[in-house]
Design a protein. Sequence first.
Length: 258
Amino acid sequence: MSELIRLAAELEREVREADEAHEVADRLWSAAEVLLDEIRAISSLLSELRFDIDGYVADNDYPAVERSAYEIRGVTDADRLLPVLRQAMLLLALRDGSPLPQPDALDSLPEVAPTEASHPVLSLDELLRDSDQELKSTEESLRRIWCDDDDASELEEHLHNAHIDAVRDRATRAGRQLMELCDYISEELCPSLVAGTESGRTDDALSALAAIDLAGKEAPKAYKVYEAALSEQYERSPSSLGSVGEQLTAFESWIHTI
């Protein structure tokens, strides 16, 4: 009888330990999935921002565009994401029984060489150069169309409108640069980050995060280009900004009365 009692007690202990092991495994799984979901969410957050920016640019809502630019930077900031990546990869290794990464392997990001950085970039000089080339082509076309002696007034009006359109198009293109950044990061870089993290490929995950961080830093710069282009549009044709132009004009008039 004592032997049966001993065997029963041993079995109970093994069952209890197995239950505890399963509980620990479940906790590891849940904790790892929470961190993985945060990494996976980068792409969807950027897609949402891209959709919002499209509307903001169409409405000339420059404060919202500025806010979105810094939200892109926040979503992609390695100072925030690296600790998440580190914890995720450690938990995944424990969960899967894989070798743990080296202690210092996840402490910093690799440098991204300028030749390896392929995210969209748009400088103000580039924007103005391309716009001037397009405007010059448009002007030449208009001069060929309105070439008769009595077309002078018509030509002048069309040239004026072409200049206003060029200024407006510059602001639109600059604003859409932020949308292109969102697309590039979410579609080209995020899948590599998720895949590298899920499979425990430390170097791949860190390289992807470094590229994401560098691309995200471009967002505030892109906004500055947009701000400059929109400022020129306001100076040239406040009415082309719609309700935003009306508000700015009213505010400027009020300032001058003080």
